[in-house]
Design a protein around this ligand. Sequence first.
Ligand SMILES: Cc1cc2nc3c(=O)[nH]c(=O)nc-3n(C[C@H](O)[C@H](O)[C@H](O)COP(=O)(O)OP(=O)(O)OC[C@H]3O[C@@H](n4cnc5c(N)ncnc54)[C@H](O)[C@@H]3O)c2cc1C
Length: 390
Amino acid sequence: MSTFLTTAELALQDRARSFVDELIPWEVEAEMNRGEIPPDVLKGQKDKALELALTSINMSERLGGPGYGMLAQVLIQEQTGRVTNALGWVVSTGPSWIEDVVTDHQIEKWIRPTVDGDIHECYAITEQGAGSDVDGIEATARRDGDDYILNGVKWHVTSANLAAYVFFQAKLTDGPNAGRHVLFFVDMDAPGVECVRVPEYAHTYSHHHWEMKFTDVRVPKENLVGSEGDGMGFSHAWFRYERLMIAARCCGAAERLIEEATAFAEGRQAYGSKIADFQAIQFMLADSLTELWAARLMTYETARAIDAGVDLKVQHAQCSMAKLYASEMANRVADRAVQIFGGRGFMRENVAERFFRELRVDRIWEGTSEIQRMIIADQLRKRGIQPLTG
Ligand SMILES: Cc1cc2nc3c(=O)[nH]c(=O)nc-3n(C[C@H](O)[C@H](O)[C@H](O)COP(=O)(O)OP(=O)(O)OC[C@H]3O[C@@H](n4cnc5c(N)ncnc54)[C@H](O)[C@@H]3O)c2cc1C
């Protein structure tokens, strides 16, 4: 029984946990089949997620979502982190950052079908020459009457193979906002949108990360998100949100790893004893549990502060701290779990092996660990310790 979650929060956590428990048995099938599970099983999971209000969990009631607060979302995402192979992504998170600027046309065409789970989006921001330094992008948007003409090549576009539309970030070439960032809805089947290649990555996910080319893609001005020049602000809002959710999922992954490694250590015999009786093994488990607790407290507390309306810059720093600590913690926990499993921990059918590969990217995407440290240090110098740590 948790002493710091309410009865309602615990019930929500239980609901998400039970749902994820039903996904776990499909992990090895996914791992051995390029991330895929049988379509009818996937459909059943999607339907159940919808029935349990675990679809589009970050979308407001106005946009047709469940309207959860941030702590509620963290509790759900933490559970989805317990399953490998991105099977937890069936619990979807739509483009919640759009709330204040989305038009009726955009709601009807893209957002409502997304919230209802009928279509999916993807994000094309990163380029060959610009990742951490988002302002270095070379993709362009040129105004042509009531349309814009988009050009650029994007990397690592996650879920592109499953998406109906893509958010494309570019810089304006002309007009009063020349050089500033803009973001557009672009339909994946629009003329000029193409997949250049589908690279292989370390994890085995059914969601692929395309390299995409946009050649003279014509979109009407109704596809512009917000106003000219707003593009970077939306990316920051999404990064902030997703960093906290990465922290939550890393806590879930660490919990699963500790659970599995402890169970294995209690059963595995060596030199006439359970390996759990050896201090070397106990210390790895003890360090892992201690670090998980610290990460979980940070993650929950950051979510609570957001729900309480803490200053946006403080949110930014706290989300970075939670992501930095939780992602690095989960990687240490995965490394120890592989060690505890011994040779079995190096087999793809083993949960520790899969997490060992899968968790590595949490130190890279949505801002690398180095970028998180830069954000945190910048806020420390501007605000001091107390506002950032309470
Ligand atoms: C699996 C996967 C999925 C992804 N999905 C998407 C997606 O859907 N859409 C999208 O747009 N992007 C996506 N990305 C891109 C991801 O956000 C970038 O990879 C990430 O931001 C880092 O950028 P980069 O790879 O260009 O590395 P770089 O920015 O080139 O960094 C390389 C190294 O230099 C370090 N570095 C850079 N600047 C500094 C600095 N100022 N001080 C200290 N160190 C620094 C970095 O920390 C890193 O260690 C994805 C990436 C991966 C791997």
